[in-house]
Design a protein around this ligand. Structure first.
Ligand code: ASP
Ligand code: MG
Length: 423
């Protein structure tokens, strides 16, 4: 079999009927065999499902939220299909399944597991609709459940991939299907070996594309985005941006670590290890070149590159017993972060404090404060932004230092970072 190619379409690229038609147009002369098309949930569906979970957790009625979501999906279908098409019954059926899952009580203890059972419905809906639409336009393809291939541990919401099992499943079960027709499948979801649904972390569909690519020994991965490629800053926040034509794996990975949302942080590593190139291209201008991420050696970032991460909290742990910060304090803080599945996006220590900048996540800050208050005096600020500038110059630095309330600043040879109030 020739090498497969993997395409990934995110939520924005399938956000409404026009977008789905555009996806089909992009595939028009690109559909080939073997090919895997990985699709995310439609638009902001995952957020809507998270909101339903939040309401359910708070004991508030969430049925109107389900109704809105259902109507949105059906409205898209009305624009794509003729009346009476089988797709309508299929969508209704998926919503019935969702309602059934939501009958089970949700508690703090089963939250993560429950979350994975619920949010995956977004991808189920989008892929079923898109598969039906492609076939309707005679772009024949086969729908497959990604949970049959992507096997993970039971670390719900942040499941770790079992690479060996996943490769085996892909080779044994997906390759034969790919020999027949292109495959449409879901991003973001996987399952444990006992068949419990898991997810790979928010925005994880890029990572799914990389998992499929690695497991199949693919030729390349293409992520279709609403930007022309990888830029030196988010065009939604900054006016002047520069597109990189080529970017090294390592530099791209570093940008994603700091919060560049153009690619999911876990996407690069499997591709870099297998030397599979990653193309980032615009679904709005599909004929344009975009960015290729590959083994180009460092130095491809030659302009100041700005990455902003929102919804940050800065937590400061202060020793209370007149000792100084040592490895054991560091260890205590890290162990607790690890237990809560929280990541330190930036860390700074002084004689008597350790400060950690981390994502604001439901419950987790409260748990962190609760656990640590016996050991340290803990203070925190919310509503913050982490700004990272790679390859900074004085002008860019000044730009962030001047008009902001800065809570923490860190500069290394190549990177400048500030934690400041959300603009
Ligand atoms: N639908 C999921 C999310 O919004 C996964 C993805 O879009 O990549 O997080
Ligand atoms: Mg998404």
């Amino acid at each position: 079999m020739t090498k497969a190619i993997v395409y990934k379409f995110g939520g924005a690229s399938v956000k409404d009927a026009a977008a789905i038609k555009n996806l089909s147009n992009i595939l028009f002369n690109r559909l080939r065999s073997p090919m895997v098309i990985v699709v995310s949930a439609i638009g902001k569906t995952t957020n809507a499902l998270e909101e339903i979970l939040r309401l359910k957790y708070d004991g508030v009625d969430f049925y109107s939220n389900i109704t809105i979501l259902r109507k949105n999906h059906l409205a898209i279908c009305q624009e794509l299909f003729e009346e009476g098409d089988l797709v309508f019954g299929m969508v209704e059926n998926i919503f019935l399944q969702l309602a059934r899952v939501l009958e089970v009580p949700l508690t703090k203890e089963n939250y993560d597991e429950y979350y994975d059972r619920v949010v995956g419905f977004g991808e189920l809906l989008s892929t079923k609709i898109i598969h039906a639409y492609l076939c309707h336009r005679q772009q024949y393809c086969i729908w497959q459940d990604a949970r049959d291939f992507i096997l993970t541990d039971d670390n719900f919401r942040f499941a770790k991939v079992d690479w060996e099992q996943t490769a085996r499943q892909c080779q044994q079960k997906l390759v034969p299907v790919l020999k027949q027709l292109p495959v449409v499948t879901q991003g973001f979801v996987g399952s444990t070996k006992d068949g419990q649904p898991t997810t790979l972390g928010r925005e994880g569909s890029d990572f799914s594309a990389a998992i499929f690519a690695k497991s199949l020994g693919a030729e390349s991965v293409t992520i279709w985005k609403d930007v022309p490629g990888v830029l030196n800053a988010d065009p939604k926040r900054f006016e002047e941006t520069v597109k990189f034509d080529r970017l090294d794996y390592k530099e791209a990975a570093e940008m994603t670590f700091y919060g560049a949302s153009v690619i999911h942080p876990r996407t690069i590593k499997p591709l870099a290890n297998a030397k599979i190139p990653l193309f980032v291209r615009s679904f709005l201008q599909p004929e344009e070149q975009g960015t290729v991420i590959g083994d180009f050696g460092e130095g491809s970032i030659n302009v100041p590159t700005i990455v902003v991460k929102d919804r940050q909290v800065l937590v400061t742990f202060e020793v209370t017993d007149f000792t100084f910060i040592n490895e054991s304090h560091m260890h205590q803080v890290y162990a607790e972060l690890d237990r809560l599945k929280l990541r330190a996006n930036l860390i700074q220590s002084s004689a008597i404090t350790i400060s950690i900048c981390t994502d604001r996540e439901l419950f987790k800050l409260e748990q962190l404060l609760e656990e640590m208050k016996g050991i340290f005096k803990v203070k925190y600020n919310e509503g913050l932004q982490l700004v990272t500038v790679k390859n900074y110059d004085e002008r860019t630095k000044k730009r962030f230092l001047d008009h902001r309330e800065i809570l923490l600043e860190q500069t290394t040879r190549s990177t400048f970072q500030v934690v400041c109030r959300q603009a």
